[in-house]
Design a protein around this ligand. Structure first.
Ligand code: SME
Length: 175
């Protein structure tokens, strides 16, 4: 059973502690539930609230969510569950930060989006970004995308925790 309190994060946690709570709550929510829409929706909520409970720059997260492989066009991603403003509906593999992570299967940590060639500006407030691929059977099935309204919003703690989360999502969801 899911409760709203699952996404309540007390102030004062370290980033590692907040991500540990995201992981723990996510695993509890995925128990007996493999639907990707359901699980990615709850994960977007957990991430958004966890990051907003932390000090700057994490609390400047302005978009947090997922793109998934477009079932009608395997050469592109299509918008999935998220928190934040309305976003671009489709992104071709190889394009922007999301398409680059999807194609290379390598996490992209972007300190300044204006310096990333081909960055796609969905929300003009975004200044930095992290995108982590979710790989199932060697194939990119989705990506985690988080935008921050401050420069250098993400570090290796974000990368390590989100890569762990991507692994759990790959194991826990039917895409
Ligand atoms: N900035 C991304 C596009 C998606 S939005 O940030 C939600 C990119 O360059 O791929």
């Amino acid at each position: 059973m899911a409760h709203a309190e699952s996404s309540t994060f007390v102030e004062g946690l370290s980033k590692r502690e907040a991500y540990a709570q995201v992981l723990e709550q996510a695993k509890a929510l995925f128990d007996g539930q493999r639907n990707w829409v359901c699980n990615l929706s709850n994960t977007a909520s957990l991430l958004y609230h966890a990051l907003h409970s932390l000090p700057s720059p994490s609390n400047a997260t302005n978009w947090c969510g997922f793109y998934v492989l477009d079932p009608k066009n395997p050469g592109q991603l299509i918008l999935g569950p998220f928190q934040g403003h309305v976003a671009c509906q489709v992104i071709a593999f190889g394009k922007g930060v999301c398409g680059t992570a999807a194609q290379t299967k390598v996490t992209q940590v972007v300190e300044d989006v204006e310096k990333f060639p081909g960055h796609i500006a969905c929300d003009g407030a975004s200044k930095s970004e992290i995108v982590v691929p979710i790989i199932q059977d060697g194939k990119t099935v989705s990506i985690i995308d988080i935008d921050c309204a401050q420069l250098s919003g993400f570090d290796t703690d974000d990368q390590t925790a989100l890569e762990e989360l991507a692994k759990v999502l790959a194991e826990s969801c039917d895409f």
